[in-house]
Design a protein. Structure first.
Lengths: 190, 70
């Protein structure tokens, strides 16, 4: 039974959904479209929502499908960095000596399992993800948020595996560096 | 010239393999080479733990994206 409160509740989640759509799509128009489609789909079939689940969980589930459609539709575009980050291998930021061995041991990040669920940590993680160049960020979140396999991503975007792996390699190294600087090193200094 | 030790990897190579492993299955030879490197190297296991922490972090974030009911 569609009640006005259901529609209102759905509409109220718009901002929440936009945050994730923006982060994944890196394009305001695509994000707006995906979220609008999500809201419309949700309102069109309220009976599909089972009260057992959280409303937002359900909405995010729909959003993810709409986003995959958008990414598929854009295809290879999604993975094209406009001359972004084609320079040095980010591996060179790590302290290797001339022989390719660690000149100093990578920092011990401890065993921060509780930290990882904290809101402060998650906002640092989001900020670091947002700072990735657009193409890298999209591909990285296709793996980590949409939980697509590398094969699925290549197929959806008509990418070669090599192309995908190069971008993911860079994204992971950048994210590691950003987290170290903005969370783990800071936490130790505090 | 063929390398004398086909399983020997530098830290830099090991790091590249550890990162690749997050997104694809490594060929058997590389798996063994990496495993061997991690046994003998003092520094790389720390890097491996960092990657594990990142994996856990992404899991926590995914979970949070699903229901931020707090």
């Amino acid at each position: 039974m569609p009640s006005p409160t259901f529609e209102q509740e759905v509409a109220a989640s718009r901002g929440y959904l936009m945050k994730f759509a923006r982060l994944q799509l890196r394009n305001e128009t695509w994000a707006e479209d995906a979220v609008s489609e999500t809201v419309l789909a949700a309102i069109a079939k309220p009976q599909a929502f089972e009260r057992r689940a959280q409303l937002r969980t359900w909405l995010v589930g729909i959003l993810k499908h709409k986003i995959v459609d958008a990414l598929r539709h854009q295809g290879r575009e999604v993975a094209l960095g406009q001359g972004e980050d084609d320079r040095a291998d980010p591996l060179d930021h790590l302290p290797f000596d001339a022989g390719g061995h660690f000149a100093e041991r990578p920092a011990d990040w401890g065993n921060p399992e509780q930290d990882l669920g904290s809101r402060q940590f998650l906002s640092v993680l989001e900020a670091c993800t947002e700072k990735l160049p657009a193409a890298q960020g999209r591909l990285f979140l296709m793996r980590e948020w949409l939980e697509m396999s590398s094969e699925e991503i290549c197929k959806a975007l008509s990418l070669t595996p090599t192309n995908l792996y190069v971008q993911l390699h860079r994204a992971r190294l950048r994210l590691r560096e950003c987290l170290e600087l903005n969370w783990f090193a800071r936490r130790d200094a505090a | 010239m063929k390398p004398l030790y086909p399983l020997r990897r530098t830290c830099k190579e090991a790091v590249a393999l550890m990162i690749a492993r997050e997104d694809r299955e490594l060929p058997r030879l590389e798996r063994w080479a990496l495993r061997l490197h991690l046994v003998v190297c003092k520094a790389c296991p720390s890097f491996e733990r960092q990657l594990l922490t990142m994996r856990q972090a992404m899991g926590a974030w995914r979970h949070y994206s699903d229901d931020e009911s707090r």
